[in-house]
Structures are given as structure tokens and as C-alpha cells.
Design a protein around this ligand. Sequence first.
Ligand code: ADP
Ligand code: MG
Length: 210
Amino acid sequence: MIKDAVDAVVKMIVAQKDYLSQLDAKIGDGDHGANMVRGAQAAVEALEELNDSELEDLKKVLQAIGEAVAMNVGGSSGPLYGTGILEAAKVADKNSALDLETLEKLFGAAISGIQRRGHAQKGDKTMLDSLIPIYETFKAGNSAGKNLVTVLTEARDAGRDGVEFTKTIAAKRGRASYLGERSIGFEDPGAVSSLLIYQTLCGYWIDSLK
Ligand code: ADP
Ligand code: MG
């Protein structure tokens, strides 16, 4: 069920709140965990408004979550995540199957939305530094005709490498960019939250395929 996957993400965000804020305290203003929890709570409330059949409709669920996150979370990450989720909703089908083609489409749309809104590129030390490698792994795996679980796992590793990479670079977007070179040595909180969300979904999907 889609709702179970969302609940798993919400639970993870609540558990990681302090960790995400601590990461943000090093190169930003220390509110990333609180912002993520606010988004998660808004998403839960939005899903309470949907009926059982709507809750099985990926397009409706993504739309409800995207609107809730975009409207209720201050900070830069809320509107960025919200836009990404809303763009994914646009390309989602009512009965989206969980296959690589769908994942490539959803992540591709989300990343384009985040980039249109925030003008960041890969290597700017943002959430895109884990999201883009994950997307690129779906794309490569899809065109190579690889097995779904293999690619889900490879994408998780690519996302982890992306987070590691953010430690080595200076921020060019967002609050951390005020620190310039002094942001080197720290991982980007948004890249970490994106990876954690993907890891949670990935774990859920792999379990559901068993
Ligand atoms: P704020 O920076 O407003 O306090 P958060 O702390 O919740 O908001 O989120 C910070 C994260 O937002 C950063 O770690 C980064 O990943 C992401 N971010 C900031 N600006 C951009 C941008 N222009 N494009 C993509 N992601 C961004
Ligand atoms: Mg912050």
C-alpha cells in the first residue's frame, strides 16, 4: 500500500529530526530536521482527507503530499521538495506500477521541478547531489534492462556516494553558500534527507517484492 510507504518515511523523518538539524547547524541555520518533520506532519494530515480508493492512486497521493509540503514548510527545502513531488504527481499514472521506467519518469520530473525552482546543478552541494545520482542509476539500469532490485540497491549506493561527495565541495546554493569554502568538510543536510527518504522507500519496495 502506498500509505504504508508514506508512513515508513514519516516515521524515519521523525526519528532523524535531530540528526538532520545537527547537520544543518554546521553549515546552515539548524532547522532542516524541524522543516522535514513539519512537512511529514502536513503530508499525514493531507492523506487523512483522502478516501481508500484515492489512497491507492499514486497521482492523487503525490499531489496531496506535494501541496501540503509546499504550503506548510518554511525554509528553502519545503517549496523545493513540494515542487519536486508535485511535478512527479503530474507524470504519475493512476495505477503506476513499480518498475524502472516509472521510477525514472517520477524522479526525472521531480528533479526538473527542483532545478526549475532552485536553479541548482549537480555539484552545488544540495539535495540534487543525492537525487541526480539515484535518477541516473535508474536511467542506466533501465536502458541496460537490469533487474529491479539490483538497480534499487545500486541507486542507494549511488545516492550514498553523492552524499559523501557533498563533503568535498563548497555550497553554491542555499544558506550554506554564504559560508563558501568553509562549507567544505560537511555533508549537505538536504542531500542526506533525500538519501534517507530514498533508502526508506527502497527498503519498503524490496520487502514488498519478496
Ligand atoms: P533553509 O536552508 O531555508 O534553512 P532547510 O534547512 O530546510 O532550509 O534546507 C536546506 C537544504 O535545502 C540544503 O541542505 C539543500 O540541500 C537544499 N537547498 C537549498 N537551496 C537549494 C536549491 N537552490 N536547490 C536545491 N536544493 C537546495
Ligand atoms: Mg536550514
